[in-house]
Design a protein around this ligand. Structure first.
Ligand code: CP
Ligand code: NVA
Length: 293
């Protein structure tokens, strides 16, 4: 494993190994507190973040390393004065690993191809692999298995989180049903993942109900009213959750209560969203150790 750019680049074994390592670290964090001594992570952000930024920074700190935060708005790259290729070459001279949240997956790949240090995808418009690796850890903890599972996803599916979840489900043999409007379908199809406009079909027998924001970071505010109208029937509310009483509720967050999910569901005993957020920390540690040690 050289980089984490896409879940699709990882084998089933690599995914399961990362989850296993995260479980070990979560159980005994003290055993790992100097594993990244003298190592430096560079965090590059083109978009906002709470969970990804904090979980990576705390992960590096607790592993004994150091993080530098770099806001692209204040960089020669962000100002159009330096290419991504040259930026990649320069940062490889200073730090040991880069975690980047960029708009474009192509730019992320270019960062990885032109530098000679590991690059971690902290979210692009196309994928959010670290999120989904953490989510698999959460699902395994809660259901005590990663097989014989059905995940139902509702809402905007032309979406980074949906794409990474689809790759992961297909690799691990998890059944997935994606319910979304026709104009917000995933950008690809993959074995084992059904795409439908029928929420009743998607929720049937689901073990996990998963949603993401209707207004991802890159979507302009001017599109809000129209999208809310198109997505309304995909909202996860108590009526929908009742159709699969065993289902747990997941959301990568940030959530807009009253849009993709109601507060009633977010705060219900079916909701595991805050444990899900916590597990970002444990999986980031596993990712960093696999890439650097
Ligand atoms: N889920 C997630 O990546 O959250 P942030 O945008 O806050 O990092
Ligand atoms: N799809 C969302 C995920 C946020 C973690 C976005 O890109 O904003």
């Amino acid at each position: 494993m050289k980089n984490i750019l896409s879940i699709n680049d990882l084998s089933k074994k690599e995914i399961l190994d990362l989850i296993f390592l995260a479980e070990k670290i979560k159980k005994s964090p003290q055993n790992y507190n100097s594993k990244l001594k003298n190592k430096v992570l560079l965090d590059i952000f083109e978009k906002p973040s709470l969970r990804t930024r904090l979980s990576f920074e705390v992960a590096v700190y607790q592993l004994g390393g150091h993080t530098i935060f770099y806001d692209l708005g204040n960089s020669p790259l962000g100002k159009g004065k330096e290419s991504i290729e040259d930026t990649a070459r320069v940062i490889s001279k200073y730090v040991n690993v880069v975690m980047a949240r960029l708009y474009s997956q192509e730019d992320l790949i270019s960062l990885a191809e032109n530098g000679n240090i590991p690059v971690i995808n902290g979210l692009t418009d196309y994928e959010h692999p670290c999120q989904i690796l953490g989510d698999l850890l959460t699902i395994k903890e809660k259901l005590r298995r990663l097989s014989n599972i059905k995940i139902a996803y509702f809402g905007d599916a032309k979406n980074n989180v949906t794409h990474s979840l689809m790759f992961a489900c297909s690799k691990l043999g998890i059944k997935m049903s994606v319910a979304c409007p026709r104009n917000m379908q995933p950008l690809f199809r993959i074995n084992g993942v059904e795409v439908t406009q029928d929420v009743n079909k998607a929720i049937k027998n689901a073990d996990i109900v998963y949603v993401d924001s209707w207004m991802s970071y890159q979507i302009s505010k001017s599109k809000h009213a129209k999208r809310v109208k198109q997505l309304r029937k995909y909202q996860v509310n108590v009526n929908l959750m009742k159709k699969s009483p065993k289902a747990l509720f997941m959301h990568c967050l940030p959530a807009k209560r009253g849009e993709e999910v109601t507060s009633e569901v977010m705060d219900s005993n079916k909701s595991i969203v805050f444990d899900q957020a916590e597990n970002r920390l444990h999986i980031q540690k596993a990712i960093l150790l696999k890439l650097l040690c």
